[in-house]
Design a protein around this ligand. Structure first.
Ligand SMILES: C[S@@+](CC[C@H](N)C(=O)[O-])C[C@H]1O[C@@H](n2cnc3c(N)ncnc32)[C@H](O)[C@@H]1O
Length: 225
C-alpha cells in the first residue's frame, strides 16, 4: 500500500481511533498497563519520541508515569496529530508534534525513550532492518526502545492458527474479520520476533526482550547501553 493510502486510511480513523482499536486489537487497553510498567521510574525527566503516535494514546501513558518528561509526537497523518493535540491538551507545553514520514524524514536525536505503537509494520522488512539503526542512533546511551506491534510466528501452521484466533476476536467484537485481515495482508509487513531481535542486535542494541505476547501481537523492549 502506498504512503498516501496509509495516510488516508488513518485520517478516516482519527476521531474514532480508540473505540476501533479496542475492537481490532486484543487486550488493546490492557497493554497500556504493561507499557506503563516497562517505562523508567516515576519522576524521571526524559526526552521521549512517540513514533506513529496516532492520537497520543501512548504519549498519555508516558506523561502519566513521567510527568516531567517532554514528548515529540511524530506521525504522517495530520488528522491524527490534531486528535493528539485535543486528547493531550491538558499536557500542553509537554509535547511537540511533528508531521513526517519516518521512512524518509529525520526523527531527531538525543532521546531517552523511543516508543512505537502499532506502526513499524508499515515498513518493509528491509526498511525496518535499516530503520533500527536510525532508532539506535537517535537514542542516548541508557535509552529504551519500546515497541508494540503485530508479529507473525516463525511456524506457518502456528501463524495460521493465530490469524484464526485474531479473526474470531474481531468477529466477536462485531467487526468484519475478513475485511480487516485483507487490509492487513495488503498493507502490513509483520515480522517474527526472531527477525526483530536479530535486527535490533545488529543495530547495536544489547538487551532485547519480549514482555508480552498474545497470538500475533507483542510488546518488546531494547536497551542501548
Ligand atoms: C495504528 S496507529 C498507532 C497509534 C498509536 N501509536 C497506538 O499505539 O495505538 C498507526 C499510526 O502510524 C502512523 N504512520 C504510519 N506510517 C507512518 C510513517 N511512515 N511515518 C509516520 N507515521 C506513520 C499512522 O498515521 C497512524 O497514526
Amino acid at each position: 500500500m502506498k504512503q498516501e493510502q496509509v495516510q488516508e486510511h488513518f485520517a478516516r480513523q482519527a476521531d474514532n481511533y480508540e473505540k476501533l482499536m479496542v475492537k481490532l486489537i486484543p487486550q488493546y487497553l490492557e497493554q497500556h498497563q504493561i507499557i506503563h510498567d516497562l517505562l523508567p521510574d516515576e519522576g524521571k525527566r526524559c526526552r521521549v519520541l512517540d513514533l506513529g503516535c496516532g492520537n497520543g494514546i501512548l504519549s498519555e501513558v508516558v506523561l502519566q508515569k513521567l510527568p516531567h518528561s517532554h514528548i515529540v509526537g511524530f506521525d504522517l497523518t495530520e488528522n491524527m496529530l490534531k486528535a493528539f493535540a485535543k486528547k493531550l491538551s491538558r499536557y500542553s507545553g509537554k509535547f511537540a508534534l511533528q508531521q513526517g514520514d519516518f521512512r524518509t524524514d529525520s526523527i531527531g536525536k538525543g532521546y531517552d525513550i523511543i516508543i512505537a505503537g502499532l506502526t513499524l509494520h508499515h515498513l518493509t522488512w528491509q526498511e525496518r532492518e535499516d530503520f533500527y539503526q536510525v532508532v539506535y542512533s537517535a537514542l542516548n546511551y541508557g535509552g529504551l526502545f519500546l515497541a508494540r506491534d503485530i508479529i507473525i510466528d516463525e511456524d506457518q501452521a502456528v501463524r495460521q492458527e493465530q490469524y484464526a484466533h485474531w479473526k474470531a476476536f474481531m468477529k466477536a467484537q462485531g467487526e468484519d474479520p475478513e475485511l480487516w485481515y485483507a487490509k492487513h495482508i495488503e498493507k502490513d509487513h509483520p515480522m517474527t520476533i526472531t527477525d526483530h531481535f536479530a535486527w535490533l542486535r545488529s543495530a547495536g542494541f544489547v538487551k532485547v526482550a519480549c514482555h508480552w505476547r498474545f497470538f500475533n501481537f507483542a510488546i518488546t523492549t531494547a536497551e542501548k547501553v
